[in-house]
Design a protein around this ligand. Structure first.
Ligand code: MG
Length: 387
């Protein structure tokens, strides 16, 4: 069996909100389809759901689907797939998954592309290859990538906003959907974050697990103060408090706080994460499978296990293939803790599937469906192509 073709589809699905998923935000600078925060040098966001869907076909007629997470500029990933990944993988046996990852990764390493869009393209390719292998074997991906550790994948739902009572309303709404864990995305200063955290804890009571993502807006000192406030409210983790490269700061935070510090959504390889593991800059590691792929995701998870660190896979703006790949990964990850999910975004992410892929009562059921367990409709994918 040989790889006959690989195609990348950059897609943009409108979701009817001015900004990301109903979240009220601090003031933004508007660039049409994209926007940035006016007061902080943080991420550029799309007003739409954007990602890159990858299709691989074999000479025997098997089709595998993958996704390279591209919250902005999916056409960048498309060009990398077409110009670099395609010539490297055509004609290869799709079962040579790890060898293909290594060939792809090595091809641009010396030139300074060890992460970012280039590795996203490799990750999406890797996921599509796992889908093929599963379909050929008639087995779900998790059965081939370590086996089934659990029958249900526990989720937390992400919510956000700037008004304490409105965020508390949203928390109550999501508890009503059956979630036993929630994460607050709070783009405010430490005092504003703590105020919302208090309102949410007061409203939903002590039994729901709560986490807080502050999207790299804190200094070490403000994060320590905030962490101490969140500890009093029994929050489980403080996420992404500092800029990604501040490893010494993350180490200091982990040492200062009793609560867990969760970091790692921006990291794509074990090489990139080595120093953070060695210096214990994480209490929880949150790599993103649509950035690492399933192959490298498992290797990162195994290294985390070596350091006795639990895994909470990031999904964020990833599409429905990212969700499905993360469910398969989570089912087969020994040190899995909890997976990220966006309840309302799941509906528009499903726009490229012929089935309704989603969780029940705060869990994804782990199924016996072959491959990723999801069917993609190419005519729907083409409907959302970014031209
Ligand atoms: Mg995050």
């Amino acid at each position: 069996m040989k790889i006959k073709e690989i195609t990348a589809f950059p897609i943009r699905i409108p979701h009817g909100h001015d900004v990301e998923e109903g979240k009220e935000r601090p003031p933004v600078i508007d660039f049409g389809d994209y926007f940035v925060d006016e007061q902080a040098f943080t991420s550029i966001y799309s007003k739409h759901h954007e990602t890159t869907v990858i299709k691989i076909e074999t000479d025997t007629g098997v089709v595998g689907w993958g996704e390279a997470q591209s919250p902005v500029s999916p056409r960048t990933t498309q060009v990398i797939v077409e110009d670099l990944v395609r010539p490297l993988i055509l004609g290869r046996d799709p079962f040579d998954i790890e060898a293909i990852w290594t060939r792809n990764y090595g091809a641009m390493r010396e030139r300074g592309h060890p992460t970012g869009f280039y590795v996203d393209a490799i990750a999406g390719t890797d996921i599509a290859l796992w889908d093929i292998v599963g379909k050929v074997a008639g087995k779900p991906v998790h059965k081939l990538a370590g086996g089934r550790y659990r029958d249900k994948v526990l989720l937390y739902a992400g919510i956000g906003g700037t008004d304490p009572e409105k965020v508390a309303d949203m928390a109550e709404e999501h508890v009503g959907y059956g979630y036993k864990a929630l994460k607050l995305h709070l783009l405010l200063d430490a005092e504003g974050v703590a105020e919302i955290a208090r309102a949410v804890r007061k409203r939903i009571g002590p039994s729901i697990m709560l986490m807080c993502d502050v999207h790299m807006r804190q200094s070490v000192t403000s994060a320590i103060k905030l962490g101490r406030d969140l500890e009093k409210l029994e929050f489980t983790w403080l996420e992404s408090p500092l800029v990604p490269d501040d490893i010494p700061g993350a180490v200091a935070l982990c040492e200062a706080l009793d609560m867990a510090v969760a970091i790692g959504e921006w990291s794509r390889t074990r090489y990139e994460m080595r120093e953070a593991f060695e210096r214990r800059a994480y209490d929880v590691v949150m790599h993103d499978i649509a950035r690492t792929g399933i192959t490298e995701g498992h290797r990162i998870g195994t290294i985390a296990d070596t350091y006795n660190i639990p895994v909470a896979p990031h999904v964020g703006g990833g599409g429905i293939l990212s969700v499905a790949a993360t469910v398969e990964y989570s089912a087969s990850c020994s040190n899995f803790m909890i997976m990220e999910h966006s309840h309302h975004a799941n509906d528009f992410k499903n726009a490229i599937t012929s089935i309704n892929y989603g969780p029940t009562n705060g869990y994804f059921e782990v199924t016996d469906k072959p491959g990723l367990g999801i069917e993609i409709d190419q005519s729907l994918v083409e409907k959302y192509l970014v031209s």
